[in-house]
Every structure is written in structure tokens, then in C-alpha cells.
Design a protein around this ligand. Structure first.
Ligand SMILES: [Zn+2]
Length: 256
């Protein structure tokens, strides 16, 4: 090993351990929400040692029944989507999925306090430094996304009050112009990101993850869009900081 290779090895080892004691938790409604929202972010920080977990409320039972050569029955779909989610999280270097076992389109009709309590139990066990979830409009205004936002917010607030470390809550956010391009009917915090994660190094993983969701048309369409896009960031709104402040994701993981 020459000196340069040695130095690079040490550097990459340091990077691989940089966030070894840090934990990131995503809370979403359906398999594939995590990939569209934060696939590169999860991959990046898992590679730097952070423990990444994703809680998913449903198995997306009402999704599309296959794309390309894949055709699945409605009965098979939940197991297919769970398997896709498991493969994707492993691709990111995240832990296996945590499923809440609700049914697609039925999250909203459940007792919110019961969902919040389940989330609280997982959060207390995981002790995340950063939680990523949907904002109040759920990006697509899907009722499951909005219900998950409310319950995650509740659970996060209870957790933040009782823990003696810096913890941050991030909403998936899309700049106004991009939201228009995707025909999303959102405004407010979800169109005002203040955390921008450059994705260039990790975009191939995100595209591969979206392609892994072979049962889902939306995921394939987004993969195709990303394959043709040159300037793409994953963007989030950190709640509770002064207007106009831009923060790096790394700052959220640094001890103050
Ligand atoms: Zn969804």
C-alpha cells in the first residue's frame, strides 16, 4: 500500500465512522415514500455510520399491480411491496423495515392517539437524532400521508420533551417551482425547504431503489425522471428555526 492509498483508506474509514453514534428515523405511510423523499439522504448517512430506520404505516395494498413484465394480484401485492421495501432499505444500508400493519387508505380513520403511541414506543426505543416525515399537506395531500404527519409530530414532540439531547424534526419539502412541475397542490412549509442534501453521489442508489419498486408505476416514472435530470437535491424543511436560515444535514448530526 503506498502512502496515498493509505491516507485515502484512513480518510474513508474516518468518514465511515463519522456518525457512528447517530440515528436517523423516517416515518412514512407507504413503501416507496421513503425512497422518493429521502433515499439519497438515508444512503449517504448510513454510509457515514449513522443507524437508519424507517417506519412504514401500511403495505400499500391499493397500489398498482405491476409494471413491465411484472404482474401481481391484489392478494399478492402487500407481500410484494413489503419485499420491495426490505430490499430497498438494505440497498440504503438501513435496518429492516418496521411496519405498523395498517391498511392503505385506512390510516386516517384510525384512532390518532393509538398510532401516536405506537410511534412513540418505536421512537423511544430508537432514540433518533433526526426524524424525517411528511409535512401538514403530505406532499400529495394523500390522507394517509397527512394522518402520518399528525401522529409523527405528536410522537416527536413527546419524545423531544423527555430527552436530553439535540433532536430535529424535518418535513419533506419541495421548492415551489419543482412542486409546480410535479403538479403538486402544496404551499407553506412544504414549499420552503431549508435543508438541501446534494444527491449526485447517491442518485444511482435512489434510481435503483425506485426501479426495485417494480410493482409501482409512480416509482418507475420518478426513476425515469431522475435518469434525465441533472440538477437534483433532496430537500427538507426543518421546523422551528428562524426564517431564511439554511442548515446542512451534517449540522443536525453534530453535537452542540
Ligand atoms: Zn405514500
Amino acid at each position: 500500500m503506498n502512502v496515498l492509498t493509505f491516507m485515502l483508506t484512513i480518510l474513508s474509514m474516518n468518514n465511515a465512522n463519522r456518525y457512528i453514534n447517530k440515528s436517523i428515523l423516517g416515518i412514512f405511510a407507504h413503501p416507496d415514500d421513503e425512497t422518493s423523499s429521502a433515499g439519497c439522504t438515508f444512503t449517504k448517512f448510513a454510509q457515514m455510520g449513522a443507524s437508519v430506520n424507517v417506519i412504514t404505516a401500511t403495505r400499500g395494498e391499493l397500489g398498482t399491480l405491476g409494471t413491465g413484465d411484472l404482474s401481481v394480484s391484489r392478494e399478492e401485492l402487500p407481500a410484494v411491496r413489503e419485499s420491495e421495501l426490505t430490499q430497498v432499505l438494505s440497498l440504503f444500508g438501513a435496518n429492516p423495515p418496521i411496519l405498523l400493519d395498517y391498511k392503505d387508505q385506512e390510516v386516517e380513520s384510525q384512532k390518532m392517539e393509538v398510532i401516536s403511541e405506537k410511534l412513540r414506543n418505536h421512537i423511544n426505543h430508537i432514540e433518533p437524532d433526526v426524524v424525517i416525515t411528511f409535512g401538514p399537506q403530505g406532499i400529495s395531500r394523500h390522507p394517509d400521508h397527512i394522518a402520518i404527519h399528525r401522529c409523527a409530530l405528536d410522537a416527536f414532540n413527546a419524545y423531544a420533551q423527555g430527552i436530553n439531547k439535540k433532536v430535529s424534526l424535518l418535513y419533506v419539502a419541495i421548492p415551489e417551482l419543482a412542486a409546480k412541475e410535479f403538479d403538486l397542490d402544496i404551499d407553506g412549509p412544504e414549499t420552503q425547504p431549508n435543508v438541501f442534501v446534494p444527491t449526485q453521489e447517491y442518485i444511482d442508489v435512489k434510481i435503483k431503489a425506485l426501479r426495485t419498486y417494480q410493482s409501482q408505476e409512480d416509482a418507475q416514472e420518478f426513476a425515469e425522471w431522475l435518469e434525465n435530470s441533472s440538477d437534483y437535491y433532496e430537500t427538507f424543511k426543518i421546523v422551528g428555526v428562524e426564517e431564511g436560515t439554511v442548515i446542512t444535514f451534517e449540522q443536525l448530526l453534530e453535537d452542540c
